[in-house]
Design a protein around this ligand. Structure first.
Ligand code: PLP
Length: 369
């Protein structure tokens, strides 16, 4: 049997045609019509005024921290359970990421634990819509407003996800997306920032392009960066964005199959909860092994590998890894989720037969039948 991979990009729109146009016309670098169109259409998709493309979803976060003016000694609040780019962006500026525990049902940052971490050094709150599920934004926005703090959404995994009918990325001062090959839609590598704030937008645009003066060529008014996306990336990204509803629809189809096949086994595995006011886009379908499972997570993953199924562990909590190792951080929920969590194959090409097979293998392994 062919190995079932965890992720698989699908290019079934204009991606190739647009890419050919880049090569045929010579517009392969950071100028060209696809960049402008991708930015314009992505802003429309998110319901924001502005969008800025970048070379990947890590530098989008760095650019956001630079534009916020994060400096050594500053603190930024974020979940302990996330991808490391969220924390690194703060560290690149010399700032300190402050980690918040997860809610055990949604895996997302627990709003009830934010306020106790706010102090004079706190400069921003950075929620992450983990695995495609929006955070509970109302309490986060309320706390941020009360303390006069900007909210920056890391929506790298959640293109098109909605909270109370509104798209993620549009709630705070700005939102950040990634187009890495395994994300909801891809441009190979790539990232995008969306915002409604014109001043903030202009600052990021300046820093992204070596801080070159808008009036005078080769005159640089600050220390800038080259964080530009290429027209070739944008060509692929635009082709994907034109079909984004199809991509999201396929992920929902796959998630519904997992729920159907695993729904009777909640004593053994729990999946990410879905609050009614959220539209989940299922970047990854995850299971958390429950007490009834006698094998540990790594044993289960090893046996799934033997069935030719690719899996990943859930993200590790930031505070247990070398760059952010800190025994004073108390995030027991994140630790427990991470120790027992597995991400299952999640992509648009999975058939009902694939998902049935994955679930049958998983059930056999965890129930010991
Ligand atoms: C993927 C991802 C990023 C950015 O990743 P890149 O690979 O640099 O595009 C940032 N934050 C989270 C939570 C992610 O999952």
């Amino acid at each position: 049997m062919k190995r079932i991979s965890i992720a698989n990009p699908v290019f079934n729109g204009n991606e190739k045609k647009y890419l050919d146009e880049c090569i045929d016309t010579g517009w392969v670098s950071a100028n060209g019509r696809f960049i402008n169109e991708f930015e314009k259409k992505f802003a429309e998709f998110c319901g924001t005024k502005y969008a800025i493309s970048c070379s990947n979803g890590t530098v989008t976060l760095h650019l956001l921290m630079l534009a916020l003016g994060i400096r050594p000694g500053d603190e930024v609040i974020m979940p302990d359970l996330t991808y490391i780019a969220t924390a690194n962006a703060v560290r690149y500026c010399g700032g300190k990421p402050v980690f918040i525990d997860s809610r055990k049902d949604t895996f997302n940052m627990d709003p009830a634990k934010i306020e106790e971490k706010i102090n004079v050094h706190t400069k921003a709150i950075m929620p992450v819509h983990l695995y495609g599920l929006p955070c509970d934004m109302d309490p986060i926005l309320e706390i941020a407003a009360r303390h006069g703090l900007p909210v920056i959404e890391d929506a790298a995994e959640a293109h098109g996800a909605e909270y109370k009918g509104r798209k993620v990325g549009s709630f705070g001062l700005a939102g950040s997306f990634s187009f890495f090959g395994n994300k909801i839609i891809t441009s190979g590598e790539g990232g995008m920032i969306v915002t409604d704030d014109e001043v903030f937008y202009q600052r990021m645009k300046l820093l992204k392009g070596q801080a070159v003066s808008p009036e005078k060529k080769y005159w640089h008014i600050d220390v800038g960066y080259n964080y530009r996306m290429t027209n070739m990336q944008a060509a692929v990204g635009l082709g994907q964005l034109e079909n984004v509803e199809w991509h999201i629809g396929q992920r929902k189809r796959v998630a519904d199959l997992y729920k159907k096949f695993l729904g009777d086994y909640t004593d053994y595995v729990l999946m990410q909860a879905e609050p009614e006011d959220c539209k989940h886009v299922y970047w990854m379908n995850n299971v958390i092994l429950q007490d009834k499972v006698t094998k540990n997570r790594d044993q289960v993953m090893q046996q799934m590998e033997e069935c030719n199924i690719e899996m990943r562990p859930l993200f590790y909590p930031m505070h247990i890894m070398p760059p952010y190792y800190d025994t004073n951080v108390e995030c027991p929920v994140a630790e427990k989720l991470a120790a027992r969590g597995i991400s299952l194959p999640s992509h648009a090409l999975l058939t009902e037969e694939n998902v049935r097979y994955i679930c049958e293998c998983l059930i056999r392994i965890i129930t010991g039948e």
